[in-house]
Design a protein. Structure first.
Length: 299
């Protein structure tokens, strides 16, 4: 049968027209639903969804490991110390979290060393008995001379004592010097001039060749020689340098001291040379030479 066919024999013309309109409306509605289905899918029509049920997990005998750190090993003690040593310390006094001013947060208290136990009342220990110095096997009584002047020539020194042996050796300032054994009570030693060039106090002792026998130590004074105590201030020159006169200033005196060649001043200093720049003296007792440069006198 045709969907939009003509009217039947029993229906009128208006009824057939209404039937055809209804059929067309139904067809158009079905077409619209089909278009919407293909355009928006099944969600437009509220299709039912099934809720998936999950099984309850069973507890495992072994604890689970964190998958993020399972493959990363723990840092060693050396690595941790390196991080602590190389990480800079940031200290901002203006922050609220900063420690109080004047407080060292890195200072550690170290308790003092405990004092040793002391009974009460305090008992002072008895003083220790001093060990006496052993008596030397050999003895020096005295030496001659007992003093010399610095700058003197070489001289012979006599050492007098007891129990000297033929292999005894004299030491002058800890230096061995040529020694001659005379008797068990007497030795002689040759002291070179180089050992008394300067003023000092020299030590003298005697030992044998093995060092088992030794003496006590005695001292010898090496004194500085006396010097002229006046200052050269000028001269009066004569013709052909004959009978020149030198003038000297003496400490504590207003009048100058005058002297000519070969005059002896202060009882021991002989004037041996006069020049405009300096004068020279010789000690008549010791033989030492002394020079005196000219001193400018200001008015």
């Amino acid at each position: 049968m045709k969907l939009f066919g003509g009217k039947t024999g029993t229906e009128s013309g208006d009824a057939a027209a209404d039937r055809n309109k209804m059929i067309a409306a139904i067809v158009l509605g079905l077409l619209a639903l089909i278009s919407l289905y293909y355009a928006f899918g099944r969600s437009l029509f509220g299709s039912t969804t099934k809720t998936a049920t999950t099984a309850t997990p069973k507890p495992s005998a072994t604890p689970s490991r964190n998958t993020e750190t399972a493959d990363e090993p723990m840092p060693t003690q050396g690595e941790q110390d390196f991080v602590y040593a190389t990480t800079p310390i940031v200290y901002n006094p203006g922050m609220n979290s900063a420690p109080d001013a004047g407080r060292n947060i890195f200072a550690f208290y170290e308790p003092p060393v405990p004092t040793p136990y002391s009974p009460t009342p305090y008992v002072e220990p008895p003083p220790s008995t001093p060990v006496p110095t052993p008596t030397p096997p050999m003895l020096i009584a005295f030496v001659s001379p007992q003093s010399v002047y610095a700058g003197s020539k070489a001289f012979r020194m006599e050492v007098n004592g007891t129990k000297f042996t033929p292999d005894s050796q004299v030491y002058f300032n800890q230096t061995p010097v040529p020694t001659t054994f005379v008797t068990p009570e007497r030795l002689t030693a040759e002291i070179p001039a180089s050992m008394i060039a300067n003023a000092t106090t020299a030590s003298i002792l005697v030992r044998n060749s093995t060092g088992e026998l030794y003496t006590n130590q005695v001292m010898m004074a090496v004194n500085a020689p006396p010097k002229p105590e006046f200052q050269y201030i000028g001269l009066v020159a004569r013709k052909l340098a004959n009978n020149d006169t030198a003038y000297f200033e003496q400490k504590g005196k207003d009048e100058p001291l005058r002297a000519r060649l070969n005059d002896v001043l202060a009882g021991r200093f002989r004037l041996v040379s006069i020049s405009p720049e300096e004068t020279k003296f010789v000690d008549t007792q010791l033989g030492f030479s002394h020079g005196s440069e000219r001193h400018q006198v200001h008015a």
